[in-house]
Design a protein around this ligand. Structure first.
Ligand code: FO1
Length: 305
């Protein structure tokens, strides 16, 4: 089965990793959110792209989900001593990625070219594409004013109450090289269990209408997110966080929806939104869990299309 997956953040990277274990490289393309990207310490940082690539390469930090396993922090310690901003943690190995990416961007290479080369160097065989080669910047509109995404997420620890989101640059952003072709040749699209507001919506805004069956996996389990602020965002926007709220979020896009067994009581209501529903364990604690969920999602899609 040919799949294009949309992903951002740690939850998305885990399912993308599971899919990469069971689908051949020619059958899986992963399109990743770049709305979280920003410039920091003069470097161009792409947290979601790096999280997906490091995870697929088996290089991700297992505790945080982002950054590199076995990381050291000498540069950060010394930057702090010199008075540099230290709220965004860049490990020594991770810094190499940002330094080389920044150098190549300044030379005029595109982000998708650069990530293709990096994936090759890291042994990642599946295509990992930025959603766009043009910059899109997620701005979180909060009660304390507008905050660039990483300022909200890391510096302010998601504390300011959210009022809305906007994606600066989205109007001028084209899908990255290869993204359109991947969507054209896919038999189905999987929306990974990523934050619908800030990881998936920017991708959907850039790629526009999808004329393939779309299946989403809920990032909300028992009213909570495994990681990150999605549940808090739903609450602050006046919506009760639940798998049902996620299904409603994507509603008209979806052919099918995958939700956790703890939310089985919501299945009927989700089906009432005119989509097929598959209920299973969606919590990915181990590599086996990632593979198991990926297999079940692909089987569900096979039966539904
Ligand atoms: N997240 C944090 O909570 N604190 C950090 O200091 C931090 C540093 C960081 C460095 C590189 C990278 O690729 C990701 C990093 N993240 C950090 C994660 C990142 O902010 C989020 O995972 C995403 O932007 C949300 O999907």
């Amino acid at each position: 089965m040919r799949i294009t997956a949309l992903a951002g953040g740690v939850g998305g990277a885990k399912l993308a990793h599971g899919l990469a274990q069971i689908l051949l490289p020619e059958n899986l393309t992963i399109i990743v959110n770049t709305g979280d990207d920003f410039e920091h310490l003069g470097l161009y940082i792409c947290p979601d792209l790096d999280t997906v690539c490091y995870t697929l390469a088996g290089m991700a930090n297992p505790e945080t989900g982002w950054g590199r396993a076995g990381e050291t922090w000498n540069a950060m310690t010394n930057l702090k001593r010199l008075g540099a901003p230290d709220w965004f943690n860049l490990g020594d190995s991770d810094l190499a990625t940002h330094i080389e990416r920044t150098r190549r961007l300044k030379e005029g290479q595109t982000l998708s070219q650069i990530m293709r080369d990096f994936c090759k160097a890291w042994g990642v065989k599946h295509a990992v594409l930025p959603m766009s080669d043009q910059p899109v910047r997620t701005i979180v509109e909060t009660e304390e004013g507008d905050l660039p995404f990483q300022e909200y997420f890391v510096h302010r620890r998601c504390e300011p109450r959210v009022q809305g989101f906007r994606f600066e640059g989205v109007g001028a952003a084209e899908p990255a090289c290869g993204a359109y072709e991947a969507l054209q040749s896919a038999e189905a699209v999987i929306i990974c269990p990523s934050n619908p507001w800030v990881s998936i919506d920017p991708i959907l805004r850039v790629i526009g209408e999808i004329d393939k069956p779309v299946f989403a996996v809920s990032p909300i389990i028992g009213g909570q997110t495994v990681k990150g602020p999605a549940a808090k965002m739903y609450r602050e926007l006046g919506i009760e966080p639940s798998a049902l709220a996620v299904a409603k979020h994507y509603r008209s896009l979806l052919t099918g929806f995958v939700m956790d067994s703890v939310d089985a009581q919501l299945a009927e209501e989700v089906q009432g939104l005119n989509m097929r529903v598959f209920v299973t364990n969606t919590l990915m604690k181990s590599l086996d869990d990632r593979m198991q969920l990926a297999k079940e999602v692909v089987r569900f899609i096979g039966e539904a299309i």
